[in-house]
Design a protein around this ligand. Sequence first.
Ligand SMILES: NC(=O)c1ccc[n+]([C@@H]2O[C@H](COP(=O)([O-])OP(=O)(O)OC[C@H]3O[C@@H](n4cnc5c(N)ncnc54)[C@H](O)[C@@H]3O)[C@@H](O)[C@H]2O)c1
Ligand SMILES: [Zn+2]
Ligand SMILES: [Zn+2]
Length: 345
Amino acid sequence: MRALVYNGPGQKSLEVRPKPIIKLPTDAVVRITRTTICGTDLHILKGDVPTCQPGTILGHEGVGVVDSVGPGVATFKPGDRVLIACITACGRCEYCRKGMYSHCTTGGWILGNSIDGTQAEFVRIPHADTSLHPIPEGADEEALVMLSDILPTGFECGVLNGKVKVGSSVAIVGSGPIGLAALLTAQFYSPAEIIMIDVDDNRLEVGTRFGATATVNSSDGNAAQQVMKLTGGRGVDTAIEAVGIPATFKICEDIVAPGGTIANVGVHGAKVDLHLERLWSHNVTITTGLVDTFSIPMLLKTLQSERLNAKQLITHHFKFDQILDAYDTFGKAADTKALKVIIEA
Ligand SMILES: NC(=O)c1ccc[n+]([C@@H]2O[C@H](COP(=O)([O-])OP(=O)(O)OC[C@H]3O[C@@H](n4cnc5c(N)ncnc54)[C@H](O)[C@@H]3O)[C@@H](O)[C@H]2O)c1
Ligand SMILES: [Zn+2]
Ligand SMILES: [Zn+2]
């Protein structure tokens, strides 16, 4: 089968690999029909993710058809159409029992990280019963690819952790796929204000189209002042960090209102200052977390009922043979205006 392989920092190739086989009774092998590329795949290619060893097939998002199952799989059979969660969960360990699947002792984020991932014609999915989701009859499979990672991430780590409420004010720092996923799902709760912040005017324009009430370009370093002006000097109830660098976490610290929440979503590679000399008296909450994907079944229903338009996050389409072009397009988002790219097998 064809697969996109990480060969060490800065190196990737489209290779022919053996088709995966069932290793444990609880495994399934899925034939991928559609996959995509995540900002985290680019982090891996920069060499930022040491758990991902050279030789690993990348990808942790996708939909497909069950090809074979181990004798311990009860929920799925060959031929079933499935959505793959980016998080693998055994459903039984201490963390799974708390709904913290991201910390599953034999799962978590392993796909396209510590084991081979979804950017291939076939993928082995451990703990298949609790890591795959059935695709309802007639569902738009392309839109469903947005449910593997980005929509649950924006919703769980941004909107839910950030306690977005009816009539509240929200600022989202970073208008990439994750920030935009938070923007779309924040609107379930009808906040009064949603301010998008980015350095890329195209992405801010997308934010306005997706429902932002205001946008701020932070290239000049004055984003916090602009947000304070927009909120009458009060700041925001929820500040969602969706970039992963010290400068954007600092913006969140500067704009969070007393009693508010900073919900960190970005993956940080460098240490960040915590300004307790100012925030100690502000009654703020800071949350962090890796997505658990417990919200996938709920998000699937909102997609089915057209309360959520996930498809608008998709900007480009490629065939599997063109996956290197897909990486090129996704990696140069400022020029290509790419958000999510669909790769079809
Ligand atoms: N916590 C989780 O479970 C989880 C899951 C998936 C992704 N992530 C992380 O979320 C973050 C966002 O992901 P993405 O795919 O949207 O990434 P992305 O790189 O596509 O988007 C980041 C956005 O931030 C903007 N940006 C860069 N510097 C900025 C600055 N100084 N001020 C304002 N905006 C700035 C960029 O223009 C871009 O639009 C990444 O760090 C990613 O690794 C976290
Ligand atoms: Zn991802
Ligand atoms: Zn577990």
